[in-house]
Design a protein around this ligand. Structure first.
Ligand code: ADP
Ligand code: DP6
Length: 348
């Protein structure tokens, strides 16, 4: 049984950075987060499953990953967690072939598109199985993707657009209630341009998983940041998006990015993801916004920037970024839809 899915990456505009210490293994976030589904950056994954007992073969970007590789370990751990929720998953052997059409582990959220594509492809393979029916809804698939990588939960909703991943209800079954859903459709945000600015393509030094754990454990201001964003920044940003108040949206995006990197800086030892070029992007955008907010930047766990503007200002912003990194390092895209199935499978 073979199935192939394509899943987009997403860029967080209100960040996820930390798991509840009590539910770390289930990737329950300390706070809710918000993202744009990205149109042109995606993972394609083919899952081939046959009767067996949980055997795993994993190929990523044309390379067979061995047991000692970190990427293999992430996928293996994902299957272990998934088996705890869906024991039948253990009755198959899997061969997984996956390709990202953008740099892996460089701060472009390859784990988000990677694990959502994997979950969609597994769901496609299992869809004829009677036992799978109760798990096939979008909420369930978002929970499964979360077990692979937190941010992957946000790349599951088919509608895409703006997606919120809820922290989950602490008093109920927290794992079942921490999933993502679309709150604004991509058609509604056609005016928004998203520009990926490749500042560095090499893999980053401190992976998000490790970095966020260090922040939760050592940053004395960590929970204040969580409360501020959960109570104020996130609901306000959703309101601005629904009302197409792009000035408000852009301002909050920049604040949220700065807050994340402030949390990283206040971690001990400090985590510094931004470099000289990243800082240049920040400064140029604030200069550009001097009279009126027309663009925004955000940075994840790496020096690469993602810049947002509206169609009317796109050319100017592209020119400005070109001067910093050169034309070849820019990728212009937009808010897009969620994952889908394709007929053409990947071969080893
Ligand atoms: P990124 O910024 O790219 O998300 P992370 O360090 O958070 O960086 O995650 C990168 C990791 O995600 C990789 O090292 C690998 O373990 C996993 N990953 C990336 N792409 C895929 C994929 N297509 N399928 C499965 N896992 C993937
Ligand atoms: C900075 O989802 O990669 O991109 O759940 O441990 O796999 P794990 O972490 P991951 O972290 C993403 C962190 C971020 C912010 C975000 O996407 O919200």
């Amino acid at each position: 049984m073979k199935c192939t899915a394509i899943a987009p990456t997403n860029i967080a505009i209100i960040k996820y950075w930390g798991k509840e210490p009590e539910w770390e293994e289930e990737h329950i976030p300390t706070k809710s987060s918000l993202s744009f589904t990205v149109k042109e950056l995606y993972t394609k994954t083919t899952v081939d499953a046959g009767e067996g007992n949980g055997g795993l073969e994993f190929h990523l970007n044309g390379e067979r990953k061995e047991k000692e590789d970190q990427a293999y370990e992430y996928v293996l751990k994902f299957f272990e967690r998934l088996r705890r929720v869906v024991p039948e998953i253990g009755n198959y052997d899997y061969r997984i072939i996956s390709k990202n059409n953008f740099p892996t582990a460089a701060g472009f959220a390859s784990s988000a598109s990677g694990f959502s594509a994997l979950v969609k492809a597994i769901a496609g393979v299992m869809k004829e199985e009677k036992w799978f029916e109760e798990y096939s809804g979008e909420k369930e698939l978002s929970v499964f993707a979360r077990l692979g990588s937190g941010s992957a939960a946000r790349s599951i909703p088919c509608k895409g657009g703006v997606v919120v991943w809820k922290r989950g209800e602490r008093k109920k079954n927290v794992s079942e209630t921490s999933y993502a859903e679309s709150v604004v459709s991509p058609e509604f945000l056609q005016e928004i341009s998203i520009i990926y600015v490749k500042i560095q393509e090499e893999e980053k030094k401190i992976k998000s998983r490790k970095g966020m754990k260090m922040s939760v454990e050592t940053n004395p201001l960590y929970w204040e940041w969580v409360n501020y964003e959960e109570e104020k920044l996130l609901p306000e940003t959703i309101g601005f998006l629904k009302g197409k108040n792009f000035k408000g949206v852009f301002e909050n995006i920049m604040k949220a990015s700065n807050n994340l990197h402030q949390i990283c800086m206040g971690t001990y030892p400090p985590i510094i993801y931004l470099n000289e070029k990243s800082r240049e992007v920040i400064e140029r955008i604030h200069e550009f916004n001097e009279e009126e907010i027309k663009a925004a930047y955000t940075f994840d766990a790496g020096p690469n920037a993602v810049v947002f503007t509206t169609k009317g200002h796109e050319k100017k912003v592209m020119k400005m970024l070109e001067k910093i990194v050169g034309k070849k390092r820019l990728l212009l895209t937009a808010v897009g839809e969620g994952p889908r199935y394709v007929e053409e499978h990947l071969e080893v």
